[in-house]
Write a new protein. Sequence first.
Length: 684
Amino acid sequence: MRLPNIVTNDPRQAFQEAAELIRSANYRLAEQVLSKALSDNPNDPNLLRLQGIGFAKQSMYAEAEAKFTHVVRLVPEHPQAYQELADVQIRQQKLEPALASLRSAAKYDSGGRAKQRLGELLSLMGRGSEAETALGEALAADPTRKALAGALEMAHNGDLSGAEKTYRDILRRNPDEVDALRLLGVLLIKRERYDDAAACFRRAVEIAPDFWKAWINLGTAFSEQQKFDQAEEAYSSALQLQPNSIHTLERLGANAMKAGELDKAIDYLERSLAINPRHFPSLLCMGHALKTVGKQADAIEAYRGCAESKPDFGEAYWSLANLKTFRFEDSDITEMESQLEKLRDSADEEEQDAEISFSFALGKAYEDRKDYSRAFDHYYHGNSKKRFKINYDPIAFQDSNDRIIEVFNKDFFAEREGWGHSDDSPILILGLPRSGSTLLEQILASHSQVEGTAELHYLLRAATESGLNRADGIRYPQVMHELLSHHVAGIGEEYVENTLKHRTGARYFTDKMPNNFTAIGFLHTILPNAKVIDARRHPLDSCLGTFKQLFANGQVFSYDLYDLAHYYTQYMRLMDHWNEVLPGKVLTVHYENVVSDIETQARAIAEHCRLPWEEGMLQFYANDRAVKTASSEQVRQPIYSSSVALWRRYEDQLSELIDYLEPVLMRLPEADRPASLRQAVGQS
């Protein structure tokens, strides 16, 4: 490359020389060219802007900001300079000035790119509704973007199929349309098609390596699949693009927490909060991390800070309630009631989520005050609102169970005797949520040979993932008839390998995914030596506890009393089936028996899992391991009985649930049935 003509007096030639030098990262010579040219032409906006670009590429953001500011003063209608000004302001965490710069850029940009950047920044700042408006305006600025805006509206109104068709139509015409790729990926995440979503985001960042939002979305897709290392790589790529992005640091922290790397999670979150101590998503995530490691007082402080930073953010209050041992003050209840009243009947999705969170938190607050009628009203309101936002078909669930029972019969297991991977390290704890599974896990994890992991998704994913299903439409569970011995053993080995990232070397480990009760037959086929414990609780306590819980994700059956009762009866139906076709495979442990006689139950658990008895299992509350579930604080205390027969305090409100569950309740001893069923028996 020839040396630049530094003594040129022609600003256009100087611009070309400097631009070429910047492209080749020769910033020192580029600055010499620009400085000489600007000494003769001090107000040339093109030279000043190029000088700012050179400074920005060297991370000299303050110097770049000064140059871009000079440019927009000289040319107030220069949208690209405003965007570049916003970029370097964001790098310096000057978010409000950056917002003003992008609003100016959007005013003069007819193409919609500035509005898109504005929407991204608003989203980064947690101003979701404004972000959606800006992004919608950006997408409406040209025909393709108008089509994208229409698809966004369809998705917002629940027409995911229509939105997906629009995105795919756009991509057929232009396969490199990165916004369509990203938005299709976001939609596929909503539909829990994470592999397809990740493929969209990968393609987007291949086309546009500086597409920060797509890197973030790619991280989310990986994290949802529990591919935490890959998620961290994607988030780290986003962080390279915006090194001081509090949103990216928060996402890295959340991903590390899900991976069980609590120290790393707290480090990322501390870095985020060092930039902005009032960043409410980071405060919320920090609260979750501190709660998980048992630092309740610090977790409360983080949640309180989150609520103070964003008073209408209901999840902060629900997170406090979800500590279970926390008690709200009168002023908290007044504030929550006030916020709830403002949010009622809102059509905004984020405000609906806040309304749901406040309702569940108020339910817990009034329950602690023994005002059970008012508590139930709030729980019922929150559940009703949540049910409208989710897609759950109880009949489809029952049909699935019909097929499972049909396939996994006695003949199926007899024909496959000796099949599967021989590893005996997994101990699965399953059942319904809020049935004492965390307590059983804590008891087991207090044994020197057992490591408590988490609610792992690998078993159900292995059973239903596309790789197991055939191209001719034969799917799980029917496809199990087609698998050969080495296929089955390979699936079992892969399950164990997937769990290694959650383990540190103990001989055995627990997998506490409650929904695994549908897959006991599949588990026995691929891992015949795995142990299974069914955590069971009084049906009304189990269903009530689930109804009072606002889950972070999953458990879509839990927000309607009929759905809950139907799910519970299907659970009982499947457990009866497994006990018939696989006698002795499952140990059923009743929560009430653990509370009344922990040693007998702990010894039975140890025997079932073929563990030598250790007294430490009785001191489970002294175990300082991280606990991720809603019961994390409760299992750090000795056994207590206050949650036994809690349903009796709500008996008047549970008449609908009692009617639905009557066949199950009639299997209980008469003393454990509701009064209405005892009376019915007496009258008959």
